[in-house]
Design a protein. Structure first.
Length: 193
């Protein structure tokens, strides 16, 4: 049985975990990223030494806060993309409450267009938006991801997700991909060195 709670190392981490719990319980948000997946994002961001993380699909900001938790020790930043203006406002408030607003830049608008404005290198990507758009996001982001960088996509396994995206991450010789089936399912792809 896997542990579903994180034991906070310090007061800052305790505050971040409390903010995540507040968002999911008091605000009535259905967790778009289960705790297991959030813990994996934090682990990947921190252990890879990521400085620049790009997220597609901010929603309430739960996954963004998990990423920020991992970036505390690396000095990194998250650039997150969200199309819904009301959701952007909610996420901004949640980032302030969690105390990570200074680590996060929210780009409002359609990520299919906004990603064209990004410059690399990117250390880590997390995609959790319109499933039909995953292949397009991969096409736009892969050239910007540094060698040794990570591309993660949520709600992915062999049975769900965009088949074009799954084919792209599992047949491209530049990528080593693992399908992580705990939580809501996630692909984790390493851009080979």
């Amino acid at each position: 049985m896997s542990e579903t709670r994180t034991t906070p190392k310090d007061d800052v981490e305790k505050k971040l975990l409390a903010a995540i719990e507040d968002i999911t319980q008091k605000q009535g948000w259905k967790p778009n990223v289960p705790v297991q997946d959030g813990r994996m994002l934090r682990l990947l961001a921190e252990s890879s030494g990521a400085k620049t993380v790009v997220e597609v699909g901010t929603s309430s900001g739960i996954s963004t806060i998990w990423l920020a938790m991992g970036l505390r020790k690396t000095g990194g930043k998250v650039i997150t993309h969200e199309i819904n203006p009301d959701t952007v406002k909610t996420a901004q408030e949640n980032f302030k409450t969690a105390g990570v607003a200074d680590m996060i830049t929210i780009v409002e608008g359609d990520a299919h267009d906004k990603l064209l404005e990004l410059k690399g290198p990117i250390d880590m990507v997390f995609i959790d938006a319109d499933k039909d758009g995953y292949a397009d996001y991969l096409k736009k982001l892969l050239p910007l991801v540094r060698s040794g960088g990570l591309i993660c996509a949520h709600n992915i396994d062999k049975l769900q997700g965009n088949p074009e995206f799954v084919k792209g991450i599992t047949t491209n010789p530049e990528l080593e991909t693992v399908l992580y089936t705990t939580g809501a399912g996630m692909s984790v792809s390493l851009k080979k060195r």
